[in-house]
Design a protein around this ligand. Structure first.
Ligand SMILES: Nc1nc2c(ncn2[C@@H]2O[C@H](COP(=O)(O)OP(=O)(O)OP(=O)(O)O)[C@@H](O)[C@H]2O)c(=O)[nH]1
Length: 223
């Protein structure tokens, strides 16, 4: 993705809503951010979810921040996800920090074929705790699960890290689409549940939901 450094580009030609409220009136509008090192696949992940397509070929790093909207229906409610795709490169960090505070959910990606992207997850979580809302929903995603021959991070390592931080985890592929929709649906369900919780409604546990729904890569998860 390209854009103007320091400014939000409007990928759909739609004006981004500043501080969208999670209001039961619209059914619901929620702001989700994609975070993680440069090259882990954030833009591809978003395009796969939005358009069902995979951007292969030359890697063009995101500049600044970009967004797309997509409406999903969960449990009878229409949830508009406003999804912000951030630049993973260090030099854009101060731009993206400004967007954290309005986010209700963060999808934090690493690349299962890139050890440093996994090692940097702790630093990302530190940053999240510094800049994001305290009750922000966080999900850890090990992307590029289709590239089993180049895997350097075991699925178990992702699971262990996620458990340590109390966040849901799954491996994904922006190329094949594995678990991409599920990641956003789980977020939408959680935010819908938080926004419109009825006294008689059973509680929604996002980690249990993800565990019960996620697909695992067809090949072994060991290296
Ligand atoms: N095989 C495979 N390749 C992927 C996957 N996701 C992304 N890629 C490739 O990884 C490279 C980087 O993808 P991007 O989506 O641009 O990465 P990014 O995280 O948005 O990078 P920044 O914009 O710099 O933060 C591209 O060459 C993609 O084609 C995936 O799930 N599987």
């Amino acid at each position: 993705m390209t854009g103007t450094p320091g400014a939000a580009t409007t990928g759909d030609g739609e004006a981004p809503e500043r501080s969208p409220p999670c209001s039961p009136n619209y059914d619901l509008t929620c702001k989700v951010m994609l975070l993680g090192d440069s090259g882990v696949g954030k833009t591809c992940f978003l395009i796969q979810f939005k358009d069902g397509a995979f951007l292969s070929g030359t890697f063009i790093a995101t500049v600044g921040i970009d967004f797309r909207n997509k409406v999903v229906t969960v449990d009878g409610a229409r949830v508009k996800l406003q999804i912000w795709d951030t630049a993973g490169q260090e030099r854009f960090r101060s731009v993206t920090h400004a967007y954290y505070r309005d986010a209700q959910a963060l999808l934090l990606l690493y690349d299962i074929t890139n050890k440093s992207s996994f090692d940097n997850i702790r630093a990302w979580l530190t940053e999240i705790h510094e800049y994001a809302q305290r009750d922000v929903v966080i999900m850890l995603l090990g992307n590029k699960a289709d590239v089993s021959s180049e895997r350097v991070i075991r699925s178990e390592d992702g699971e262990t890290l996620a458990r340590e931080y109390g966040v849901p985890f799954m491996e994904t592929s922006a190329k094949t689409g594995m678990n991409v929709e599920l990641a956003f649906l789980a977020i939408a369900k959680e935010l819908k549940y938080r926004a419109g919780r009825q006294p008689d409604e059973p509680s929604f546990q996002i980690r249990d939901y993800v565990e019960s729904q996620k697909k695992r890569p067809s090949c072994c998860s060991f290296v």
